[in-house]
Design a protein around this ligand. Structure first.
Ligand code: COI
Length: 356
């Protein structure tokens, strides 16, 4: 047992590490899981049991309320290795803040800082060998939080599980991505859950995503739910455009996820002396800038992908083909800077990197 402020954490180590069976530097995204997981239980109005146990299946009731009504939120963050092999986390406090904001929107109680932060650090310290050593591969960490009431009555649940699992991963996209604008589906609407990282937002995006793939594209470029005019996100990422040497990204209107990668990228760009604008940006403006030769780059920003260069955007049947990545100036540079900070190859002056 170790004391984590108000909550104790018990640790049951596996007696058989599966790491020997895996090439952790070469796994497909999200299919192989590390040896342990953190499981915390909320019931009777308080957080009760916090434990680290061998990774394994959970027992659940078919009446478990999150399966029915979607009180389920999650996070994504990554663990890296410093040049001397030390495990590092990137901005975990920001994930803790965001999961509680998502939880608030879904009527779920907040997760105490000691459970999230100390539990996370203990878990990753224990599974540090699972952090890949090869450049471009990392340990992706997935905190999940869901309602466990055995009841099909619709109401905020009174029992929950908070779990953290992790998996070694390579690049989320191996190539620049092709997007297609949809005006058939929307991802979020004013007053809805668009800013929350809740499971339903992702489930609701799948049909549009599948149709995009059937048409030969990788992801959807989402427009706003009211006028179908303003750009919001791309696939599961925030999006930015470089127009006349200014990086323009949709402002956070409440329908867009406040990406931690988005915030990190914008901060770095500004500190690199690049002009950044967070504002409404219409698809018509992007098309006009493309036609006038002012659109030099577009990229997605998210934890899994970090930065995904966008090669093509289809709007109303026409492809806008963007310059090759080798000719791009801003996204490759900021990506390099971000990766250098995350892996402690350069000094972190932002207080983003967290040692275990
Ligand atoms: C992430 O980028 O971390 C996400 O949560 C998106 C997910 C679809 C991989």
């Amino acid at each position: 047992m170790s004391q984590i402020l108000n909550h104790e954490i018990s640790i049951e180590k596996t007696n058989y590490s599966r790491i020997k069976e895996q090439d952790i530097n070469n796994t497909s995204f999200g299919k192989v899981f590390s040896d342990h997981m953190l499981v915390a239980t909320y019931k009777n109005d308080s957080w009760q049991e916090v434990k680290i146990v061998p990774y394994g299946n959970l027992e659940m009731s078919p009446s478990m309320s999150s399966l029915h009504y979607g009180q389920a939120v999650f996070e994504g963050l990554k663990a890296y290795r410093s040049p001397d092999g030390k495990p590092l986390l990137f901005r975990p406090e920001a994930n803790h803040k965001r999961i509680n904001e998502s939880a608030f929107r879904l009527c779920m109680p907040p997760i105490p800082e000691d459970i999230f932060m100390t539990g996370l650090k203990e878990l990753i310290r224990l599974d540090a060998d699972w952090i890949p050593t090869q450049d471009g591969s990392v340990l992706y960490i997935r905190p999940i939080y869901f309602a466990t009431d055995e009841s099909v009555g619709l109401k905020p649940a009174s029992s929950y599980k908070f779990i953290i699992i992790s998996c070694p991963v390579g690049a989320y996209y191996s190539e620049p991505v092709k997007l297609i604008v949809t005006d058939k589906y929307i991802r979020a609407a004013e007053g809805g859950t668009g800013a929350a990282k809740c499971a339903g937002n992702y489930g609701g995006s799948l049909l549009a995503d599948m149709e995009a793939k059937q048409q030969g594209y990788d992801n959807v470029l989402w427009l706003d739910g009211k006028e179908k005019k303003y750009i919001e996100e791309c696939g599961t990422m925030n999006v930015a455009f470089v127009i006349n040497d200014v990086v323009v990204t949709p402002k956070l209107t409440g329908t867009i996820l406040a990406g931690i990668t988005r915030d990190s990228v914008l901060t770095l760009l500004r500190d690199m002396g690049v002009k950044v604008e967070e504002r409404l940006i219409s698809i018509d403006e992007v098309v006009k800038d493309y036609q006038d030769g002012n659109l030099s780059e577009a990229f997605g920003m998210g934890t899994a992908a970090t930065i995904a260069h966008i090669s093509t955007i289809n709007y109303q049947g026409s492809d806008m083909i963007l310059p090759p990545v080798s000719e791009r100036k801003y996204a490759p540079q900021v990506l390099q800077r971000l990766e250098d900070i995350k892996t402690a190859r350069v000094t972190d002056t932002y207080g983003w990197v967290c040692q275990l």
